[in-house]
Design a protein around this ligand. Structure first.
Ligand code: PLP
Length: 508
């Protein structure tokens, strides 16, 4: 069973939400702008979801606009505020000169700011609001700079660390300033009280796929009186605020998730979420003595843990977790392919090693206690495997593993592997994937011995007795775990150890 602990990247779609999307496709397929029965049915469905959203967010006025996701919501909000600044500038009015955004925002925010600032030719200064070691905004700094700001962007909860912003404190600092306030609500919905009617928040974008809805749907709350300029114009949909025929199946599915949040009987209660976090913290501490958590538990979402381990890189830990079927990440999914340490942890001024070895573990509101217990068991196995591998001198899988020198010395192309299969003596091929992965893609041609990574320490001593000319080729799905295994065997003295370059994903 795969243990998916990367809920801040995305979540599976709730079965009830899948059913609602299917129902919408089959039975509410009409164009919501049509005035006949089929159209009216689709329109009614959309308006029912909008009403639920309003109740859940606690807003009686302002707008809720359905979007394709949070990035679109963020762009719409930024565009609206900066367009208003431009209109005022063109009318010769005095305009603010800055936009302030939290240094730990999701990159959709600074990117949207840069984009529209450039497109409108405004030349506003975009200033990151510093955060403290605890990830919270520096309110003193904000107070010193707010009078010059057209817009202030502060997410409600951080996607990498789970740090919850002090929205009341920020609201107090913004006070009666003329600055508009954008609060990214993506990671906060359903996890903390948002109390939109009690706060002077102007814009709050949300995303369906972060909370058991499908990808490609989201919503944007816009407060009464806040400027709004459509990002898309077209057939007058969404009261001419967002052109394009509505994503009715997506909205229907999102509606089921909002219903579930409202009813409180589908997702785990806050107290259970805290219990789950306690269990995971205990298991991590037991498995990895020396573990350091990168954000305080108090004032953080219960569903997000961000940690580092002295002597182990993010990649090394992620590979180890992957080997026991636990899926975690090093931070934002959008930046997962980048080798750079997280901008969030750097903004919190964490030591470089901590930022470079960070792992994010995030679970979802629907994850069961049984699943969390299974995760704890596997974390324990991970800890034992890491200890054993360090004990036998296995090389650290460093970020440099893919550096050219290491690649050349460890990796064998699929062409060379095919060639080796026909030589005498035949190579020993070792598949270090998990059973479940092997079931998904079996490669009979390789006739491989199967040894999952966690069982490697025991097998290494056996392979060390092989004649030096025996080529040992390790394979896995991506080539990362097999590189770790090949490096381990080389360190044990068998130089003729290799890893299938690019893994089995590229093997045909
Ligand atoms: N904001 C935060 C905090 C996020 O975590 C994400 C997704 O990674 C986004 C915005 C972008 O959301 P979407 O994928 O819906 O555009």
């Amino acid at each position: 069973m795969e243990i998916y602990l990367d809920a801040n990247a995305t979540t599976p779609v709730l079965p009830q939400a899948q059913a609602a999307a299917l129902f919408a496709m089959a039975s509410a397929f009409g164009n919501p702008s049509s005035t006949h029965g089929a159209g009216l049915k689709a329109r009614a469905l959309i308006e029912a979801v909008r009403s639920t959203a309003r109740r859940l967010l606690g807003v009686s006025d302002g707008r809720v606009v359905f979007t394709s996701g949070a990035t679109e919501g963020i762009h719409s909000a930024v565009l609206s505020v900066l367009h208003e600044v431009r209109v005022r500038r063109d009318a010769g009015e005095p305009i603010p000169h800055t936009v302030l955004y939290g240094a730990t925002e999701h990159k959709a925010v600074p990117e949207a700011l840069r984009h529209w600032n450039l497109l409108f030719g405004l030349g506003l200064r975009l200033l990151p609001i510093p955060v403290g070691r605890n990830g919270k905004h520096d309110l003193g700094w904000l107070a010193d700079h707010v009078s010059e700001a057209a817009l202030v962007c502060t997410m409600a909860a951080n996607n990498e660390t789970g740090v919850v912003s002090d929205l009341d404190g920020i609201a107090k600092v913004l006070g009666r300033s003329g600055a508009r306030w954008l609060v990214d609500g993506v990671q906060a919905l359903g996890k903390i009280e948002l109390q939109l009617s009690e706060r002077r928040i102007d814009y709050m974008p949300f995303s369906g796929h972060k909370l058991y809805g499908p990808k490609g749907v989201g919503m944007l709350y816009v407060s009464e009186g806040a400027p709004f300029t459509p990002l898309l114009t077209g057939g007058g949909q969404e009261e001419a605020q967002r052109g394009g025929t509505e994503n009715v199946p997506g909205i229907a599915a999102l509606g089921v998730v909002l219903d579930a949040l409202e009813s409180g009987d589908v997702f785990m209660s806050r107290s259970i979420l805290h219990q789950h976090r306690e269990r995971l913290i205990g298991a991590l501490r037991g498995a990895f003595p020396g573990i350091v958590f990168n954000a305080p538990f108090d004032g953080c979402l219960p569903t997000t843990l961000n940690f580092s381990m002295p002597g182990a890189t993010s990649n090394e830990l992620i590979n180890l977790f992957d080997a026991v079927g636990i899926r975690v990440s090093s931070g934002s999914a959008c930046s997962a392919a980048l080798a750079e340490p997280s901008h969030v942890l750097r903004a919190m001024a964490l030591p470089t090693w901590q930022a470079e070895s960070a792992v994010r573990l995030s679970f979802g509101l629907a994850d069961s206690t049984v699943m969390i217990e299974e995760a704890c068991k596997r974390l324990d196995a991970c800890g034992r495997a890491l200890k054993a591998m360090k004990g036998v001198g296995t090389a650290r899988v460093t970020n440099q593993l893919s550096a050219p020198e290491t690649e050349q010395s460890l990796e064998m192309s699929s062409y060379a592997v095919r060639d080796a299969l026909h030589r005498k003596p035949p190579p020993l091929v070792v598949d270090v994937r998990e059973d479940a992965e092997r079931k998904q893609q079996s490669v009979a041609e390789l006739d491989a011995e199967t040894v999952p990574l966690w069982a490697l320490p025991q097998a290494l001593s056996r392979w060390c007795t092989l004649p030096a000319e025996t080529t040992v080729i390790f394979v896995c799905q991506t080539g990362r775990r097999s590189a770790l295994a090949a490096q381990a065997l080389r360190r044990q003295g068998h130089a003729n150890a290799w890893s299938l370059a690019g893994g089995l994903t590229g093997w045909s």
